[in-house]
Each structure stands twice: as C-alpha cells, then as structure tokens.
Design a binder for this molecule. Sequence first.
Ligand SMILES: *Cc1c(COP(=O)(O)O)cnc(C)c1O
Length: 356
Amino acid sequence: MAHPQPRPNVLAIPAYVAGRPPTVRPGMTAYKLSSNENPYPPLPGVVEAATRAVAVMNRYPDMGSTALYDALAARLEVPVTDLAVATGSVALIYQLVNAFCAPGDEVVYAWRSFEAYPIAVTAAGAESVKVPVTADGRHDLEAMLAAITDRTRIVMVCTPNNPTGPAVTQAELDAFLARVPEHVVAVVDEAYLEFVRMDDAVDGLATYRRHPNVVLFRTFSKAYGLAGFRVGYAVAQEHVASALRAVSLPFGVSAVAQAAAIASLEAEGELLARVDDLVAERDRVVAGLRETGWDVSEPQGNFVWFALGDRTAEFAAAADEAGITVRPFAGEGARVSIGETEGNDRLLEVARAFSA
Ligand SMILES: *Cc1c(COP(=O)(O)O)cnc(C)c1O
C-alpha cells in the first residue's frame, strides 16, 4: 500500500449529518429548525463579555478554565473536582470513551438517539451496542440492561432523547441504575434538561451524588444559546471527572467561550425565562399537531419528532417548500426544532397539509 493507513476503525466512522441551513426563497423569511438551536439572539451582557475576551485573542485562554469551573461549582453546589468542562458535550462523549474503553470494549445506548454517539465510539475503536427505542421513542431500559456484558464499559441514557423527544422519569432511572454493574459508567445526557416539564423529572445532581458511576453531560448550546461557542460540562464524582479532564484537549475551551458561559450563568434568570417561552411554543405546537391528528410522542426537549417512516423525505421537502428546514432521518422520521413563532406556525401548516 502506497500511502499511510489510519486504524481500520477510522475508516468505519459514520459521518455526522449537520442540520442544513434553510433554502433561500425570495420574499420569504426562512427558518432553520434542523439543529435544535436556540432561536433567540444572544443577550447584550453575554455579547459584551465575549467581546472583552476577543480583545485579548493574542493570549492563550486560561487552560484550567478556572473562573468557569468556579462559577459552575457555585451554581450547582458541587466541588470543582467533580466537574469537567469541554468544547461542547460532544467532546465529553469522545473523552469518556477514550478514557474508559479499550479497543473492542462495548458502549450500550438507545437507537435512534444522538448521532454523535456512534461516531465517538467508533473513533475510539470501541463497539456500539444499539438498543432500539420503543414505538413511542422511549428508551427500552430493560433491554439496555440485558445488553450489558462483561465487555460493557459505558451505558448511555439520553434524556430527553434526541431526536425522538421523551424523557425518562426519576423512578425509571433509579430502577435502571440499581441494576447497572458498579464498574460500568452510566451517562445521563441532559442536553435538554432545562426544557423538561413532567412529573417525576430526573434530578441529575441528586442522582450523581448517590451513584459513583454516574456522569451527567450538560451543555450551554441549547437552553443557554451558545451553540456556536462550544461549551459543555460533565458532573461526576472525582474518579470519573478527573479521567475526563485528563484526556481533554489542552486549551480547548476558548477565552471567548469561557467568558460567554460565565456571563450566561449570571444571566440565567433571563435565559430560563426564554426557555419558558420556548416550552410554551412547544406545547402550542404539540396541541396543534394533535388537533390535526398527528400522534407525536411526548416531546420534552426543544424539538418535535415526526415518525414518518418512508414519507420522511417527502415531508422534509414540503417543509423546505414552506421555508423551514427540518432534520430528516431517511426512512425513519423528521426532527423539527421549536423556533421563532412564525417558523412554528409554518410547521403547523405543513403538518396540516401533509396529513390531509
Ligand atoms: C445538542 C446535544 C448535545 C450537546 O452538544 P454540544 O456539543 O454541547 O453542542 C449533547 N447531547 C445531545 C443529545 C444533544 O442533542
């Protein structure tokens, strides 16, 4: 062979399909509802904090992200040693697999779920064990337990589940964790935590305090509107958190991102009020869909799942025609983010016309 060859698993890494930007149509505002982003523009105070950091871009960022760790520790009431900050929680998935899996070790997760999971697992040379979600898009926790073997190092629970929407309850999570072997890391991916409105919602922090093998993944990308800056964090007891920190990319989180994340924590009240508005929009969309006969599974994030099967591409094209871009998963369904009110209205129109 004439050229250098990467490890065989590198060639097997599935491609990440990013949400498409909207098709530009003259005279029509287009809405990007394909990446679960926050539709609100950044708060002035957050922009100012980031701008101050821009002015010193000739310097490396604080490698230890000290001020951000301190702010998170104070906000969450956890020791700094139980935190790991990274360039988005996507990076934390990579770090966790690299820190805990040798080649051939297994990672159990629900499917369909977040598409970064198979990418990170394959990149590390580990094996994915995908457990199908139920017909209404819920984790089949019983089947996930049954899928754990002596090769399993990590089991992941994505709640609310991206892209299908439902969240697990605390009772379900407790019963599950009670049966996960102690040496297996149990991830609770809480990327959409702030959007959850249900009885018996998961209390991640209380759960991590009770379980030395639990790690929470959280992000500033969704509720806090910092997707473009790449900041996420993990909360876990020190033996897991320190392993995540050990394999992190030095200077990964930029100074601008650190400043914006800290300013966002300071502006949390305002940001969470926006989340309330998005939740109200989500509930309005779900009610509208149910009125027109759509049977959507209970969405607890900032997105709605349409289980369309082989009509998925047709639906995505109809949405595109109406100036909204959705995220189709070929042959399975379409995920549509809750966005600006007009974008949400257009979604309702498309869905109404499509079911008729
Ligand atoms: C968006 C998302 C993340 C967070 O991604 P970032 O890298 O923090 O932007 C993590 N998990 C799930 C399930 C997500 O949907």
